[in-house]
Design a protein around this ligand. Structure first.
Ligand SMILES: C[S@@+](CC[C@H](N)C(=O)[O-])C[C@H]1O[C@@H](n2cnc3c(N)ncnc32)[C@H](O)[C@@H]1O
Length: 376
């Protein structure tokens, strides 16, 4: 066992997704009906309409602040932002919507889809992390109340602190993770080397550093030899950073999730998933850049940063925020207008179908919605 000329698994994942030729850089087709995977915002506008209601609830809870800043991390091509704004939320005149997207290609897509303004106009220079962000307040820093909604795009989280909501739909499963395997005498760590076997890359197992093995033992004690677990350090770092952006408000992260101990009891290829053209892809070591590479999120690892204040299924969360009412209206519109067969009737019928997909307990409805409240 040696690690010369090998990459630790998390580095391999980061390069496969975000490196030159990476899946989100130039490789894959991304989210959407013609893409490689279908996320809740890409199912249709209903998800964004329910999110808009949830944002209004938080805006009211915070005392209707203006500006009310919504930071959407991992915004993709802007489908959720468009649906939220299209739903006409009550908070609109106070709303500053910040799409944070690591991929330059997707940031350009957001600019094509939405009326994007410069960050300093939307957030003020300090919160946008502008050149004089560390300096004193001047006239440019002042965001004029009642002029929302406005939208901006950033590569990284803004400096903050802001009052509002940080949203992340299917971001955490796309962050790099380390991969460990239980052996008889301790833990091994997966590295990736140049293959002598079938594909160009191959796994190299090396003894895990003592501190890492200790962490794995605590997260997944008494597991059988051969069991694997992810170590999601990048997700933890992202959570800590995102919580620090909020002066007051709520962080909402939606993803497929489990606990480390439960992941250890399942075959690892169940929770390390690849996607290509709406189908499950092949081994994560195959075709780096051509397929999406994701890992189910270990909630207990995030809880080491800060335990979530709420953890519910997506189906339940959508219900709490009024999806049932929106669908009841759509259903009656469809019944009334079906004979006309016009666009309003078709949109109503589509909304009913979207609700089924979003609430499906075997699919998107089974995702977890994790919430952290800051300065309640
Ligand atoms: C699975 S996609 C989800 C896109 C969108 N939220 C949706 O639900 O359709 C994950 C997105 O997160 C972006 N991403 C990954 N790491 C990021 C980071 N640290 N900050 C912002 N965006 C990131 C990726 O480029 C990708 O567009």
């Amino acid at each position: 066992m040696h690690r010369q000329g090998t990459l630790r698994f998390d580095r391999f994942v980061d390069l496969a997704l975000y490196g030159p030729g990476g899946f989100f850089v130039s490789g894959g087709r991304g989210a959407g009906r013609r893409g490689d995977f279908l996320t809740s915002p890409e199912v249709g506008p209903l998800f964004g309409s329910v999110v808009a209601r949830a944002l209004d609830t938080e805006w009211a809870r915070l005392g209707r602040p203006d500006p009310f800043v919504v930071v959407e991390a991992g915004a993709g091509r802007g489908a959720l932002a468009r649906a939220v704004l299209g739903a006409g939320p009550g908070c609109a005149s106070a709303l500053r919507y910040v799409c944070v997207e690591r991929s330059a290609r997707l940031r350009r897509k957001i600019e094509e889809l939405l009326p994007v303004e410069p960050p300093a106009t939307v957030l003020g220079l300090a919160a946008a992390g502008g050149a004089d962000g560390a300096g004193g307040i001047d006239d440019d820093d002042v965001v004029v109340a009642g002029t929302g909604p406005s939208v901006t795009v950033l590569e990284d989280l803004p400096a903050g602190p802001v009052t509002g909501v940080v949203l992340a739909n299917e971001l955490l499963d796309n962050l790099a993770f380390r991969l460990l395997e239980r052996a008889d005498g301790g833990w091994l760590e997966v590295f990736v080397g140049v293959g002598a076997g079938e594909g160009p890359f191959t796994e190299v197992l090396v003894e895990a550093p003592a501190a890492t093995a200790e962490v794995a033992d605590r997260l997944a004690p008494r597991v059988a030899a051969g069991a694997r677990v992810p170590l999601q350090e990048a997700a933890g770092e992202w959570l800590a950073g995102a919580l620090s952006v909020l002066g007051a408000g709520r962080l909402v992260a939606i993803d497929y999730a489990d606990t480390t101990a439960s992941l250890a009891s399942r075959p690892w290829r169940d929770w390390v998933r690849t996607y290509r053209g709406h189908r499950r892809g092949t081994s994560p070591l195959d075709h780096p850049g051509d397929q999406d590479l994701t890992c189910e999120v270990a909630v207990d690892q995030l809880a080491r940063i800060r335990p979530p204040d709420a953890d519910r299924s997506q189906a339940e969360w959508l219900g709490v925020h009024g999806m049932g009412q929106l669908v009841a209206v759509a259903r009656s519109t469809w019944h009334e207008r079906a004979p006309l067969g016009d666009l309003v009737a078709l949109a109503a019928r589509s909304r009913v179908g979207e609700a089924t997909a979003l609430g499906d307990p075997e699919g998107l409805g089974g995702f977890r919605v994790l919430e952290w409240v800051v300065n309640q």
